[in-house]
Design a protein around this ligand. Structure first.
Ligand code: USQ
Length: 391
């Protein structure tokens, strides 16, 4: 199958490109390296050494004999994306090419506008390019569980049957996004759903939880193929951050009481889910939604798990509660349904002490690259409520 991956140089995009290429698909990637730039500008960098895209592609060709063509440019540039789609004529488009950090979107007006512009306009350009060149192709779009927020009812997979004043309908599940980044994802979902209803496109929105992990089958074992690993306050996700913190002796940065619950999945399972979505495409005209995570944990459960695993390896770990920089529910009901990917055959990688220990071992190899000053949270959802503003 011809597969086009937007954001193919990123944390998930690169290992996804290798997985599809390894399975014999004709993969092309698009990227403008904005993730590399955002992290660098924030005074941090990938813990793992990551080769330039062209060098990675050469290395993959040496290892596998398969070449991945790359297109360097911004998907916000509609003409550029239009040409790429017309030239590659994908049967599936996997769209990761977005600004994916909630804290980054909350730094300032500029970063909020940048996030919503990059994400919403890039996605809109893609919908038009698909409509005009490959209307039968399947769009697999990375969404987020954070679109739903934490309502006090079970979260369904995309849609909920509502009975109102004696009438019933199956409607998009209500959205309560938790940051301006998450709001952008909601806007994308609305636009994709519209394109499916109006132009007959087909799409799967993968409402993904928080990803952790470093290696996939294809990236492990050859340093030239490693994917990036972020741990800074903006781009690092919570479990990856805790693991790095344990290894370098930084206190684990629990925000507030740490009773917030999120869905999690291993990076290998992200790749498996995306592959399941691509090989089982949505029917023409359908906007299909999968909730993509395998288990849920509170932040304190994760901190306890990392502390236990790291202490088992001989580290001393302190858990520190930080004044929560985010405006979020710290205690809440959380029961999202996530059966559709399991029904398609997903075999979850479950998190336990052994898995955390293997993550810690991988991090140990690169701990010399860690920039500790990028770890502590500085970005506040509501600066008026910051301790400094109240003092
Ligand atoms: N948290 C801490 N300490 C930290 C970092 C985070 O307690 O050092 C807490 C946060 O307050 C939050 C939870 O951990 O309650 C998750 O935070 P996160 O930074 O790991 O993840 P989040 O900002 O929600 O965003 C990440 C990805 C995003 C994706 C989302 C899925 O960056 O791209 O969409 O996970 S979800 O969380 O389901 O919305």
């Amino acid at each position: 199958m011809r597969v086009l991956i937007l954001g193919g140089d990123g944390y998930l995009g690169w290992p996804t490109a290798l997985r599809f290429s390894a399975r014999g698909h004709e993969v092309s990637v698009v990227d403008n390296f904005s993730r590399r730039r955002w992290v660098r500008d924030a005074g941090s960098g990938s813990l793992t050494p990551i080769a330039d895209l062209e060098d990675r592609i050469d290395a993959w060709e040496q290892v596998s004999g398969k070449r991945i063509p790359s297109y360097v440019g911004a998907i916000e540039d509609g003409d550029f994306l239009d040409e790429v789609v017309a030239e590659t004529r994908p049967e599936a488009v996997i769209h990761y090419g977005q600004q994916a950090s909630a804290p980054y979107s909350m730094i300032s007006r500029e970063t909020a506008v940048e996030t919503q512009y990059a994400n919403t306009i890039g996605n809109l350009n893609l919908l038009f390019a698909m409509r005009d060149h490959v209307p039968d192709a399947h769009l697999v779009k990375l969404g987020t569980m954070g679109e739903y927020g934490q309502p006090n009812i079970d979260i369904e997979e995309g849609y909920i049957e509502i009975e109102h004043k004696g009438r019933k309908d199956n409607l998009p599940f209500p959205k309560l996004p938790g940051s301006l980044y998450h709001c952008a994802k909601v806007h994308d979902s609305t636009n994709i759903h519209f394109a499916c209803r109006t132009w007959g496109l087909r799409a799967t929105d993968l409402n993904q939880g928080v990803v952790y992990g470093i290696e996939s089958d294809e990236t492990a074992g050859d340093e030239r193929l490693l994917t990036r690993f972020d741990y800074d306050e903006l781009f690092g996700t919570v479990l990856n951050r805790f693991c790095l913190q344990a290894v370098i002796g930084h206190p684990l940065t629990v925000y507030g009481a740490g009773q917030q619950i999120r869905g999690f999945l291993n990076i290998r399972d992200t790749l498996a889910c995306v592959e399941l979505a691509v090989t089982n495409p949505a029917p023409v005209g359908e906007f299909r939604v999968f909730n993509q995570f395998t288990e849920h944990f509170s932040v304190m459960q994760l901190a306890g798990l990392v502390k236990g695993a790291a202490e088992h390896l001989g580290y001393t770990v302190e858990i520190q509660h930080y004044d929560n920089p985010r405006v979020e529910k710290e205690e809440h009901y959380y029961n999202p349904i996530h059966t559709k990917l399991l029904d398609l055959g997903l075999e979850p990688t479950l998190l336990g002490e052994e898995l955390v220990e293997s993550l810690l071992h991988t991090i140990e190899r690169y701990k010399g690259n860690a920039i500790e000053s990028s770890i502590d949270p500085r970005t506040r959802w509501n600066p008026a409520k910051s301790p400094a503003a109240q003092a």
